[in-house]
Design a protein around this ligand. Structure first.
Ligand SMILES: C[S@@+](CC[C@H](N)C(=O)[O-])C[C@H]1O[C@@H](n2cnc3c(N)ncnc32)[C@H](O)[C@@H]1O
Length: 322
């Protein structure tokens, strides 16, 4: 049956980019088929996106149901993330699907649905319990390490596993690594398997407790854990490598990173930038810490954040500091 539904009309060449964005933000109506004509894609949406997306127009159209099955039909497994034994649904997923997910995947024990975006200094989000055991914690394996995850209290994204492994591979024996935004220690633990010394900082007390448990779980002893603000908490440290994993606002922390990094040392930082601004990203870093000079080793798009806007990873060598 065809149903009128609001949709976003997008030029075909921008279709995939906008589809992913709407999906990430829980705005795409995945129950309805996407229509296309020669020039445009018609993306069915649940509500109007909060930010204007250039070169798109909101209208109404006729859409067919994508899944004509009963309302309790679970979304395809590829449509939701899992962390350990927890399935994480997006806000647009139907709550009726939760029971069917557990029946179909006996290894999953909990189904949660996000109630809002990741927000605040500690980068956490709200979760609604839909089915299974009543908990927000689980065990999760990544790149040969085992981690405790607490979705209610500490930031975690399974989508950054590749990025964490990429950084860990670069760590050399003998190095001192400073992780200024360590969270539950998912990057810290992987770096600590190779470094001589790691200092890990986070301002969220629950992250620090979780990080300590994750260090014990992975039998790592060469890590010093500090609760506090990344700007002030590790000024006594001289590091060969600094991890600055705060993509939503890295620049205020660049001076602290440059202070602790010895000349020749490497900074791994992240930024959220429109595609056109990515080439200038290293200049933003230099501008945030006057008197510093950096050599760009690598620039990588980690994931899409908004239309033509990406979370970008920067690997920079500190060439000169005041
Ligand atoms: C994007 S998460 C990084 C998580 C971690 N690197 C990982 O791999 O999961 C950012 C972290 O920075 C912490 N944070 C936010 N502001 C901070 C500050 N001023 N100083 C230190 N940590 C801070 C948050 O608590 C959060 O754990």
């Amino acid at each position: 049956m065809q149903m009128p539904s609001p949709c976003l009309v997008v030029p075909r060449e921008r279709g995939e980019e906008v589809r992913r964005l709407l999906l990430d933000q829980g705005l795409l109506n995945t129950h309805l088929r996407i229509h296309r004509d020669e020039k445009r894609l018609y993306l069915p949406i649940l509500r109007r996106p909060p930010r204007r997306i250039p070169k798109t127009r909101c209208t109404r159209g006729l859409f067919e149901s994508r899944r004509p099955g009963p309302p309790g039909d679970p979304p395809a497994a590829s449509k939701y993330e899992t962390v350990g034994d927890i399935a994480l649904l997006r806000p647009d997923h139907s709550p009726e699907a939760a029971g069917a997910i557990l029946r179909r995947h006996p290894n999953l024990k909990v189904v949660l649905r996000a109630t809002g975006p990741i927000e605040g200094e500690w980068r956490t989000r709200g979760w609604e319990h839909l089915a299974g055991e009543q908990r927000l914690t689980t065990l999760y394996r990544e790149n040969g390490c085992t981690f405790e995850v607490d979705l209610g209290k500490v930031y975690f994204s399974p989508r950054l596993a590749t990025e964490r492994a990429r950084i860990a591979r670069q760590v050399q024996p003998g190095e001192t690594v400073l992780d200024l935004f360590a969270g539950g220690g998912y990057g810290t633990v992987q770096a600590a398997r190779r470094a001589s010394r790691v200092v890990a900082v986070d301002s969220n007390p629950d992250a620090i407790l979780l990080l300590q448990r994750n260090l014990q779980r992975n039998r790592l002893t060469r890590v010093e854990v500090r609760l506090g603000d990344a700007r002030h908490t590790a000024r006594d440290i001289t590091a060969d490598r600094v991890l600055l994993d705060y993509p939503t606002g890295p620049l205020p922390f660049i001076p602290a990173a440059a202070h602790s990094l010895q000349t020749g040392g490497i900074l791994h930082t992240y930024d959220i930038l429109p595609e056109a601004d990515i080439p200038a990203a290293p200049h933003r870093v230099a501008g945030a810490a006057p008197g510093t000079r950096w050599e760009t080793l690598a620039t990588r798009k980690v994931k899409a954040y908004a239309p033509r806007t990406y979370q970008v990873a920067l690997d920079l060598r500190l060439v000169e500091k005041p």
